[in-house]
Design a protein around this ligand. Structure first.
Ligand code: AMP
Length: 284
């Protein structure tokens, strides 16, 4: 695996590969890698000739400077882990490399980014769109791989690709969980041991709510999850919304849509965790 720090070097490598007809699969990350990230690399390897991973903690998507400061970083460890995978090129640029000048672009994603993460983290998705569009411009992937853990992020990125006519295929990959159910996340490292032990309550409540939902209303199911998690004083639900999987707008009843997802954000002390569960999709 080669580690590349500048866009110029990466662009020239990619141009050479593309001339030979090689397809590029791209996995953008913020590092502090875990098995969730590795599952995206595995999928990218299956679907493309060369896998490019990026590690870049993007300052424009953080709406709190403390959160940006405390975000876990360990490039050396990440490189060692990536050496064991099918990643061929690692792009690990500096902030100056990605933003030689301040990015003033403001995106309009309609209602998709006004709810849930977008509502509670103002500016977050604008920052995500800035960095992902910039990375796509440098990496020029045929296909890019994202985790369903960030359900709303995938919808935003698909909309961005459409608006900017980037022609990148966006693949959505399943959530990888710890053996106790907790969705893997770089932020799990920041949990106090006591909260880490109890954190599976989030996934457990979501899974149990799928059974509860079979004979209860959307509103009752929503309250079931919120009450179960808030019942433990170590946690505080910031939002739990049951939404249409495409428009991301809240649904009132289970018949309203063919794809329904419950998305949650929970504070475990200072650490904010997100997760989601699919109640209904077009195949079920
Ligand atoms: P991050 O480094 O947190 O920005 O995540 C980079 C990519 O990995 C995003 O597409 C995430 O959705 C994905 N990802 C993070 N955690 C998981 C997980 N537990 N399972 C699957 N994908 C994940």
């Amino acid at each position: 695996m080669d580690v590349i720090e500048t866009s110029e070097q990466l662009t020239s490598r990619i141009t050479r590969l593309k001339k030979k007809g090689t397809t590029i699969g791209f996995v953008p990350t913020m590092g502090s890698l875990h098995l969730g990230h590795l599952s995206l690399i595995e999928e990218a390897h299956k679907k493309s000739d060369v896998v490019v991973v990026s590690i870049f903690v993007n300052p424009t998507q953080f709406n709190s400077s403390d959160d940006l400061k405390s975000y876990p970083r360990d490039l050396e460890k990440d490189i060692k882990l990536l050496e064991t995978t099918d990643c061929e090129l690692l792009f690990a640029p500096s902030v100056k490399e990605i933003y030689p000048e301040q990015d003033h672009r403001i995106f309009d994603f309609g209602q998709i980014d006004k709810v849930m993460e977008g509502r509670f983290r103002p500016g977050h998705f604008n920052g995500v769109a800035q960095v992902v569009s910039r990375l796509f411009q440098i990496v020029k992937p045929d296909k890019a791989f994202f985790g369903l853990k960030d359900f709303q992020q995938i919808a935003v990125i698909r909309e961005m690709v459409k608006q900017l006519e980037l022609g990148v295929d966006i693949a959505a990959c399943p959530i990888v969980r710890e053996s106790d159910g907790l969705a893997m996340s770089s932020r799990n490292l920041l949990l106090q041991p006591e909260k880490r032990k109890k954190a599976p309550i989030i996934a457990r409540s979501l899974f149990e709510s799928c059974i509860f939902a079979k004979n209860h209303s959307v509103e009752e199911t929503r309250n079931f999850v919120i009450d179960a998690i808030n019942g433990d004083k170590s946690f505080e639900v910031e939002y739990f919304d049951i939404v249409d999987g495409e428009t991301l707008q809240p649904v009132k009843n289970w018949k309203e849509s063919i794809c329904i997802v419950g998305c949650i954000a929970v504070f475990a002390g200072e650490v904010r965790l997100i997760d989601n569960v699919i109640y209904k999709n077009s195949e079920s």
